[in-house]
Write a protein of this length. Structure first.
Length: 261
């Protein structure tokens, strides 16, 4: 008799634009969620120990009750992270945030809503054309603006080392770093990131959700890399890639890392 095995995680963890982690709850299995987070903290304590976390209940069909939410929050704290807010959602989530004494943050829902956005309502019927207008060519319909827009501003160039505790952010553009990114430092871009020196800190490309962003690095020792919120930490990266020139990109939901020839 075969036994079905559930390989899906109960929660998807994504890195937000300001370095705050977003925990999207997919299954309200509190012990499992706590153990998953405890494992993340144990694997990468420098990144996740006492990290600020926003809890997003938008993946559930209904909001949890207050007691269940409190058990989750207490358990996450015990696992080593610090829940600081709820992601904005329904009126029930708003009431829950008041009962828990936690703020609501809206921007963490944006990328998920783009990913799973329902089909737009059909446009209203066009007005009936007058007989004399039938011979005229009809204008092409306006195309909807895509949810993820590629950055178009000129790239930002960082020519001095990014030291521990520092952060460089290229809003709406690519970022080129000409020198070292030290351990504990962070670089982010809404576009792609090109690093011409050693990367020992964190690099987060596609920070506003652009999934076509890439990271190129000449010497790879990263603590964490992410594209559009999908991330890997050093412990998840094959040892043969460390110290190598690599490129990083998204393939579906999977973050790929490969050596550059």
């Amino acid at each position: 008799m075969s036994v079905a095995v559930d390989y899906e995680l109960a929660g998807d963890l994504k890195i937000g634009q300001v370095g705050i982690a977003n925990l999207r709850i997919r299954s309200l299995d509190v012990p499992r969620l706590i153990e998953e987070m405890r494992g993340r903290v144990q694997r990468a304590p420098k990144l996740f120990a006492r990290a600020a976390v926003v809890i997003d209940f938008g993946g559930l069909t209904q909001a949890p009750d207050v007691d269940t939410a409190r058990r989750l929050i207490d358990g996450l704290r015990d696992a080593g992270v610090l829940p600081v807010a709820l992601a904005y959602g329904t009126s029930e989530i708003e009431r829950l945030s008041e009962q828990l004494g936690l703020p609501l943050l809206a921007k963490f829902r944006a990328s998920y809503e783009r990913d799973g956005e329902a089909e737009a309502a059909p446009p209203p019927p066009a007005p009936r054309a007058k007989p004399e207008a039938k011979a005229k060519a009809e204008p092409a319909p306006t195309q909807p603006v895509p949810a993820q827009v590629a950055p178009t501003a000129p790239g930002l160039i960082q020519s001095t080392p990014v030291r521990s505790g520092q952060q460089v952010y290229a809003a709406n553009r690519d970022l080129s770093v000409l020198t070292t990114i030290g351990a504990g430092a962070e670089v982010m871009a809404d576009g792609s990131i090109h690093i011409y020196g050693p990367l020992r800190g964190r690099a987060l490309a596609g920070a506003q959700g652009w999934e076509q962003a890439r990271i190129f690095c000449r010497e790879f020792h990263a603590e964490l890399v992410a594209i559009a919120g999908r991330y890997k930490v050093l412990e998840d990266i094959p040892k043969e890639l460390r110290g190598k020139a690599v490129q990083i990109w998204l393939e579906g939901e999977d973050l790929k890392i490969a050596a550059l020839d």
